[in-house]
Design a protein around this ligand. Structure first.
Ligand SMILES: NC(=O)c1ccc[n+]([C@@H]2O[C@H](COP(=O)([O-])OP(=O)(O)OC[C@H]3O[C@@H](n4cnc5c(N)ncnc54)[C@H](OP(=O)(O)O)[C@@H]3O)[C@@H](O)[C@H]2O)c1
Length: 339
């Protein structure tokens, strides 16, 4: 088979050093690397959008976890969407839009079995990294399956202006929550939660002790806490939860850059008397829900009852900065890099 028309090289991000605490630009290196021709069964994709996600911080540490750590001096990976520019795989044509796992680079050559075709007519490509992708399913499965949300529940979600949190609050509202409250890290984000996403109330967690701020917006307590943050937020939620309350432990971003053990929650024993259920989750366990998720969330997007935001950073050369910005709260909604 003839060589297909591809550039000789493309740019890709390598992990240059393991971050100590907060990542810094010097931990990352943008490298010019050969673009490999597809072999039998493979496709080459020109990436259009790259995902930067909080879980990637954990992969920068050299520790055993549910995903292997990034290797030093090798390309990082992660979610990406783009267009097929060369194909030796049946069923994949040049021009097809696909979602796959070789992000952090301009061009990706991969086994077509690891790519999923997506419909650019149905939603903008970047949506498959956010509201219709991994964070969307995390919100849907975490609230409905892990936290066993019921109509009439009062729900508190942290990280509420982010990719997952902004959807959790809206899904709870659409499913008949009694009250939906959230926390985020700026006055602008708090206004967005109430004005754009329909939260009943919200607070800026930087304004004081989280337990006090939560008591102001949820004076009658909560039934469900969707935890994206951990630490002081989790402690405040344990205090505010009703008997038989439920917590979806989705993330603990407040401690991802910590170099010592977190100080909170100090009140975990309250879970005994309140008969609380705190359950960890990984979105990968909830693939069976994908069909229902796409149908229901797709419907809400079409009829305008669900909103989503994206923070788009332009240029593959700015991907490391976008990732560091994500950890610092530079995003509202899903943080993506437009290649
Ligand atoms: N378990 C799973 O399968 C799964 C899947 C996807 C995501 N997650 C987790 O879900 C959480 C949200 O992920 P996402 O992709 O939607 O990210 P995101 O919320 O869009 O972005 C991260 C946000 O975290 C907030 N943040 C950073 N440091 C914080 C701190 N010390 N205290 C409180 N908030 C802080 C920032 O917003 P502010 O301006 O509000 O601080 C930032 O915008 C993360 O913990 C992630 O690890 C878990």
């Amino acid at each position: 088979m003839a060589e297909q028309d591809l550039p000789a090289t493309g740019r890709e991000w390598h992990l240059a050093a393991r971050p100590q605490g907060w990542p810094v630009p010097a931990d990352f290196a943008l490298v010019e690397a050969p673009v490999r021709q597809p072999g039998p069964g493979e496709i080459t994709v020109r990436n259009a959008y790259l995902s930067v996600d909080p879980y990637m911080r954990g992969r920068m540490n050299d520790v055993k976890s549910y995903v292997p750590p990034y290797a030093l001096g090798a390309p990082m990976d992660g979610g990406a969407v783009g267009h097929v520019v060369a194909s030796r795989a049946e069923g994949f044509e040049v021009g097809d839009a696909v979602l796959h796992g070789l992000g952090w680079r301009e061009y990706a050559t991969l086994d077509a079995a690891h790519a999923v075709k997506v419909d650019p007519e149905l939603a903008p490509l970047s949506a498959y990294l956010g509201v219709l992708g991994m964070p969307g399913l995390t919100a849907y499965a975490g609230l409905l399956e892990v936290a066993s949300f019921q109509e009439g529940d009062s729900v508190f979600v942290s990280g509420a202006a982010g990719a997952v949190g902004s959807l959790v609050g809206q899904i709870a509202r659409l499913k008949g929550a009694k009250r939906v409250v959230g926390s985020a890290g700026s006055a602008e984000k708090v206004a967005t939660l109430v004005d754009d996403y329909g939260f009943d109330a919200a607070f800026n967690y930087k304004d004081g002790p989280v337990a006090d701020l939560l008591a102001e917006v949820a004076p009658d307590g909560i039934d469900v806490y969707f935890d994206n943050v951990g630490g002081e937020h989790l402690e405040a939620a344990i205090g505010a939860l009703h008997v038989h309350g439920r917590v979806a432990m989705c993330g603990a971003i407040a401690q991802y850059n910590d170099t010592s053990a977190p100080a909170a929650p100090r009140n975990l024993a309250l879970a005994i008397g309140k008969r609380l259920r705190l359950q960890g989750m990984l979105v990968g366990d909830h693939g069976a829900l994908r069909g229902r998720f796409l149908e229901e969330v797709g419907g809400w997007l079409r009829d305008g009852s669900l909103r989503y935001d994206e923070t788009v950073v332009e240029g593959v050369e700015n991907a490391a900065e976008a990732f560091i910005g994500l950890l610092r709260g530079a995003n509202t909604g899903k943080m993506v890099v437009q290649v």
